[in-house]
Write a protein that binds this ligand. Structure first.
Ligand code: HXC
Length: 255
C-alpha cells in the first residue's frame, strides 16, 4: 500500500497521507511522494487546487521518530528532506490542508506550508520537538512566528504543549473549524470554489501574499503593483470583467 494516496476529483488533486499505524509520521518515502506529486501537478493545468489530508485521527504526528533516531548531524544536513520541503513550498497553486486529529511537529509544519487550513474540532496542533531534545526544523520557529507572533510561538516551541482547534482558530493558525464529520466536505467545497477561479490570478496572488512574509512593505507593494498590471494581459481578466458587466458567471481558462 502506498504511503500517500493520490486521487483526483475533477480539478481538485487530493493527497492523503496513509501510514495510519504510526499516525501518519512523515518518513522519507512520504516526503518524497508528496514532493514528486506536487511537482507533477504544478505542471498539469487540469489540476487547479490541491488538498493535503490524513485521516480522522491524524493529519501527521510529526517526522518519523524511528527513522530520525539513528541519523547523524551530517545525514540530517545532507538528506534530501530539505529539498522536498522546498518543493512543497514552491507549489504555485492553492494548497489546502484538511486537518483532523494530530498535527504535531513536522505535521504542523506541513499544514503551515499550505495556504489555507480547514480543521475538524478534534484537531490538535503542537511543536513538541523540545520534548525530544531538539527543536522545530522545518518552519516551526519561522513560519509559525510570522503567523501567530512571538509570544504564542514561544509558548508552543518552548513548552511543546498541544493546542485545540478552537485555540488555533483564535490565534489565526487555521481558517475554519467544523465538526469532524464535516471537515472533509468543507475542504472539498473550498477547493472546488477556488478551482472555479482564475488560475493565473490565484497563483500570482498566492505568490504576492507569500512575498510579503520576506519583504519590506515597500518592496512588496512594488511587486504587487507589477503582478497586478501583468494580469491585465490575461484572457481571464477580460472574461472576468466581461462576465461581471454581462451579469453572468465567468468561465476561467487559465490563459
Ligand atoms: C514515529 C510515531 C510517531 C512519530 C506516533 N507514532 N507518532 N512513530 N514517529 N512521530 C506511533 C507510536 O509509536 C505508536 O506506535 C503509534 O504511532 C500510535 O501512537 P501512540 O503514542 O500509541 O498514540 P497516543 O497514545 O494516542 O499518542 C498520540 C501522540 C503521540 C500524542 C501523537 O504518539 C506522540 O506524542 N507522538 C510523537 C509526536 C512528536 O513528538 N512529533 C514530533 C516529531 S519531531 P506503536 O508501534 O507503539 O503502536 C518532528 C521534527 C520535524 O516532527 C523536522 C522536520 C525536518
Amino acid at each position: 500500500m502506498s504511503v500517500v494516496l493520490v486521487e483526483q476529483d475533477g480539478p481538485v488533486g487530493i493527497l492523503r497521507l496513509n501510514r495510519p499505524e504510526v499516525l501518519n509520521a512523515l518518513n522519507s518515502a512520504v516526503m518524497e511522494a508528496l514532493a514528486d506529486q506536487l511537482t507533477r501537478w504544478d505542471r498539469d493545468p487540469a489540476v487547479r487546487v490541491v488538498i493535503l489530508t490524513g485521516n480522522d485521527k491524524a493529519f501527521a504526528a510529526g517526522a518519523d521518530i524511528a527513522e530520525m533516531a539513528e541519523r547523524t548531524p551530517v545525514e540530517m544536513l545532507q538528506s534530501a528532506q530539505i529539498t522536498r520541503w522546498e518543493a512543497i513550498r514552491q507549489f504555485s497553486k492553492p494548497l489546502i490542508a484538511a486537518v483532523s486529529g494530530w498535527a504535531l511537529g513536522g505535521g504542523m509544519e506541513l499544514a503551515m506550508l499550505c495556504d489555507l487550513i480547514v480543521a475538524s474540532e478534534t484537531a490538535r496542533f503542537g511543536q513538541p520537538e523540545i520534548r525530544l531534545g531538539v527543536m522545530p526544523g522545518a518552519g516551526g520557529t519561522q513560519r509559525l512566528t510570522k503567523i501567530v507572533g512571538k509570544m504564542r510561538a514561544m509558548d508552543l516551541v518552548l513548552t511543546g504543549r498541544h493546542i485545540t482547534a478552537e485555540e488555533a482558530l483564535q490565534w489565526g493558525l487555521v481558517n475554519r473549524v467544523v465538526p469532524v464529520e464535516q471537515y472533509w466536505e468543507e475542504a472539498l467545497k473550498l477547493a472546488r470554489s477556488l478551482a472555479a477561479g482564475p488560475p493565473l490570478a490565484l497563483a500570482l496572488a498566492k505568490e504576492a501574499v507569500l512575498f510579503s512574509l520576506d519583504s519590506t512593505v515597500e518592496d512588496g507593494l512594488k511587486f504587487e503593483r507589477k503582478v497586478f498590471a501583468l494580469l491585465f494581459a490575461s484572457e481571464d481578466r477580460r472574461e472576468g470583467m466581461a462576465a461581471f458587466l454581462e451579469k453572468r458567471a465567468p468561465q476561467f481558462r487559465g490563459r
